[in-house]
Ligand binder design. Sequence first.
Ligand SMILES: Cc1cc2nc3c(=O)[nH]c(=O)nc-3n(C[C@H](O)[C@H](O)[C@H](O)COP(=O)(O)OP(=O)(O)OC[C@H]3O[C@@H](n4cnc5c(N)ncnc54)[C@H](O)[C@@H]3O)c2cc1C
Length: 259
Amino acid sequence: MSAFYEETVLSVKHYTDTLFSFRITRPQAFRFRAGEFVMIGLEGEKKPLMRAYSIASPTWDEELEFYSIKVADGALTSRLQHIKEGDKILLGKKPVGTLVTDALTPGKRLFFFSTGTGFAPFASLIREPDVYERFDEVIVTHTCRTLAELTYSRDLVESVLNDELVGEMANGKLRYVSSVTREDGPLMGRITDLIENGKLFEVLGESSLDPTSDRVMICGSSAMLADTRAIVEKFGFKEGSNAAPADYVYEKAFVGDGI
Ligand SMILES: Cc1cc2nc3c(=O)[nH]c(=O)nc-3n(C[C@H](O)[C@H](O)[C@H](O)COP(=O)(O)OP(=O)(O)OC[C@H]3O[C@@H](n4cnc5c(N)ncnc54)[C@H](O)[C@@H]3O)c2cc1C
């Protein structure tokens, strides 16, 4: 039996010369928890070329969605960026990951801090009814270099608020704060700075981070993770896991350096 499912590309959407999303068929037996990642890829000359990808669609969706970088000389994405409807994609059978609500103890506000394609797991979580049942407020932040790189998250949040299934639950609970680091925009700066200088909370009109009521998930580059983890730990947040749920969890959006 093959280690991978072979699925079909249903649609592809390009946002910038470095970002795109695509949807594929979902095998009936494929189950995952919102926030998890799975190996996906393409047939290679000798063996399949697979990479880790966060599942961007919610668990109730009949299709699977992914949000991807295009690395010009990247082994996978130099090819993946050219996929079109009807093409075949290999899908791993075992989704895993730490960005799951099971790894957090109950709280009132849930913060999702993301940079770049690190928004992908939160694209799944903000469409999950269970998240709105567990928390009074869901605050998702997305930081990119340019405004164009925020298109996917901005459009998605808008569609969630208008969605038949989750729109009613998300309205009044889901807040979206985006910022850019390399061009002028309504809000500028790295998420770490916006937390530390209080601007994030000014924009929200809310109090700063508090481990007694807040839970946090973080997804971005290695540098972003290190800096953001250091900040939340300074606030007193303790790292959680499936085995020992606590206040915050994190996951690398990719291996290597970046935004
Ligand atoms: C847990 C996990 C989840 C991931 N989820 C996603 C996802 O949802 N979407 C996604 O596009 N990628 C994701 N990645 C990264 C993905 O696995 C690949 O690295 C990416 O698809 C590029 O593959 P590649 O073979 O073209 O280039 P690689 O050889 O893998 O990487 C080439 C270079 O590009 C950089 N790079 C790779 N991925 C990114 C990225 N996403 N953003 C910025 N720089 C990057 C690397 O640091 C490296 O320097 C994830 C990685 C991990 C570990």
